[in-house]
Design a protein around this ligand. Structure first.
Ligand code: TRP
Length: 444
C-alpha cells in the first residue's frame, strides 16, 4: 500500500532545503575566484543578471514540473506527457544526480577528513604537500568517503520532514552564523583589504561573451539545476506555496552565501600574501597553509569552523542528490529503506573508483581525463545543461500554457502580473542562454 507523499512543513522549510542544495562548493571554491578574475563588481552584476534571466526561469520551470506532477523526475514525465519520449528526460535526470553524487561524495569525504584534521589541530605548522599525499593515498580518502555516504544516507532514511527538513532547518542557520563569523575574522586580518578589492573592484573592460557565458554556467550550476533536484524537492512543496517566492528566496540566499564566502576566503588569502586560485587547491591547500601560519589557538578554532562549514554545505547538497534517486525508486514501489541503501551502495561504488583515480588508478584515462575529471566534465558541461535545457523546453513548449499558468499562479491567485514575462523567459531566453553555455563548453 502506498502511503501519502510527504510535504515540507512551511515556506521557510522549502527555501532552506532548496538553499541547502544550492549552497555548496560552487559558492565557496569557484564563485570568489571567478568574480576576482572576471572584473569584480562588474562580474557580480553580470552574474546577477544571469541568475535573473537564465537560472531563475529554469529553476521555476523545474519547480512547475515537480509540483504539478507531485512525482519524481521519471514519474513527472510519464504523468505530464504520457507515452512520449520525454520519459527519457525523466530517466536522464535520475542517472545524472547519481553520477554526480558519486564524485561529489569523494569531495565530501575530503571535507570530513579535513574537519577531523582541524579538530586534531593538524594545521598548526607545516602543511606542505599534505593535500596531494592525502588524496593520492588509498585508504584514508576511501574511509572518509564512506563516512560521508553513510551520513547522507542516514538523513535520507529519516524521510523528507524528519530528515531533509529537520537537518536543513538546523544546519542552514548554523552555516550562516559560521560564515558571518569567518567574514568578520577574515576582513580584520592585516592586509585583508586587498582581498576585498580583488573581489569587488569593478572592471567592465573584462566583460565579454566568454565572461557572460561563464557567469551563466556558474549561476546554473550554483542553483543545482538540470539534475532533477529542484524538481524533486518541488514535488514536496504544498499547493499553497508561491513558487516565485521559493525560487527567488533560494537564489537570494545562494548569491548572498557566494558573496559571504568570497569575503571569508579572499581577504585571508591576500593577507597571507598568496595568489588566489580556484577549485580544490584553494580550499584544501591554500587555507590550511594560512591556518598553519597563524600559530594560534584562534587559528585552530577558525580552521575547525571553516571545515565544519564546508562539510555542512556539502551534506545539504548531497542529500538533495540522493533524494532524486530515492524518490524515483519509492515511486516504483520500493521501500524508502531499500531504495536508500541500494543507491547509497551504488554511489559509494562510483565514488570509490573516483577516489582511487587520484592514486592507484591515476593511470586510467578517459578522453585524456582521470575518471574523476571525466565524470565531472560529463555532468557539469554536458548532462546538467542538457537536463536544464530540456526542462525549460518542456515547460515552455510541451506543457499547455494554461497548465503552466495555473501552476505558477496557484490557480490565478498569485504572480498573475509577472506570468507573461516569466513565461517568455522560460520559452525563449533561458533555452537560448543554455545553448550559449553549451557552445562555449564545446569550444573551450
Ligand atoms: N549547487 C552546488 C554547489 O554550488 C553543486 C551542485 C550542482 C549540486 N548541481 C547540484 C548540488 C545538484 C546538489 C544537487 O556547490
Amino acid at each position: 500500500m502506498k502511503t501519502a507523499r510527504e510535504h515540507f512543513g512551511s515556506r521557510l522549510a522549502v527555501i532552506l532545503a532548496m538553499a541547502g542544495s544550492a549552497i555548496g562548493l560552487g559558492n565557496i571554491w569557484r564563485f570568489p575566484y571567478l568574480a576576482g578574475q572576471n572584473g569584480g563588481a562588474a562580474f557580480i552584476i553580470v552574474y546577477i543578471v544571469a541568475m535573473l534571466v537564465l537560472a531563475l526561469p529554469i529553476f521555476i520551470a523545474e519547480s512547475i514540473i515537480g509540483r504539478r506532477s507531485g512525482c519524481d523526475t521519471f514519474g513527472a514525465m510519464r504523468k505530464l506527457a504520457p507515452g512520449s519520449k520525454w520519459r527519457w528526460l525523466g530517466l536522464l535526470t535520475v542517472i545524472t544526480p547519481m553520477i554526480l553524487l558519486g564524485y561529489y561524495s569523494v569531495v565530501g569525504g575530503w571535507s570530513v577528513d579535513y574537519f577531523f584534521k582541524a579538530c586534531a589541530f593538524r594545521f598548526d605548522g607545516n602543511t606542505e604537500g599534505l593535500f596531494g599525499s592525502f588524496i593520492s593515498s588509498t585508504w584514508e580518502p576511501l574511509f572518509t568517503h564512506s563516512v560521508f555516504i553513510v551520513v547522507t544516507a542516514a538523513i535520507i532514511l529519516l524521510g523528507v520532514k524528519k530528515g531533509i527538513e529537520l537537518f536543513t532547518k538546523i544546519t542552514m542557520p548554523l552555516l550562516f552564523a559560521l560564515i558571518v563569523f569567518l567574514v568578520v575574522y577574515s576582513i580584520t586580518l592585516p592586509g585583508a583589504f586587498k582581498g576585498v578589492e580583488y573581489l569587488v573592484k569593478p572592471d567592465f573592460s573584462k566583460v565579454d561573451i566568454n565572461v557572460v557565458a561563464t557567469a551563466m554556467g556558474q549561476a546554473f550550476f550554483s542553483l543545482s539545476l538540470g539534475v532533477g533536484t529542484i524538481l524533486t524537492y518541488a514535488s514536496y512543496v504544498s499547493k499553497k506555496e508561491n513558487l516565485l517566492v521559493s525560487a527567488g528566496g533560494t537564489a537570494f540566499f545562494d548569491l548572498l552565501f557566494a558573496l559571504l564566502a568570497g569575503f571569508a576566503v579572499m581577504p585571508a588569502v591576500f593577507a597571507a600574501g598568496i595568489q588566489p586560485g580556484e577549485g580544490a587547491g584553494l580550499v584544501f591547500d591554500t587555507l590550511p597553509f594560512i591556518f598553519g601560519q597563524m600559530h594560534s589557538v584562534l587559528g585552530g578554532v577558525v580552521a575547525i569552523l571553516f571545515f565544519l562549514a564546508i562539510l555542512v554545505a556539502a551534506l545539504t547538497s548531497s542529500i538533495s542528490l540522493l533524494e532524486v534517486g530515492v524518490a524515483f525508486l519509492v515511486e516504483r514501489g520500493y521501500s524508502r529503506t531499500k531504495a536508500t541503501i541500494g543507491l547509497a551502495f551504488l554511489t559509494w561504488g562510483i565514488g570509490i573508483v573516483c577516489s582511487l583515480s587520484f592514486g592507484p588508478l591515476a593511470g586510467v584515462k578517459i578522453l585524456d581525463l582521470s575518471i574523476f575529471d571525466f565524470l565531472d566534465k560529463l555532468c557539469s558541461n554536458w548532462l546538467m545543461p542538457l537536463g536544464g535545457l530540456l526542462f525549460t523546453v518542456f515547460v515552455g513548449w510541451k506543457m499547455s500554457k494554461a497548465d503552466v499558468r495555473d501552476e505558477f499562479t496557484n490557480g490565478g491567485t498569485r504572480n498573475v502580473r509577472v506570468f507573461e514575462f516569466v513565461y517568455f523567459l522560460m520559452r525563449y531566453l533561458a533555452p537560448v542562454g543554455i545553448v550559449v553555455v553549451f557552445l562555449t563548453n564545446l569550444l573551450m
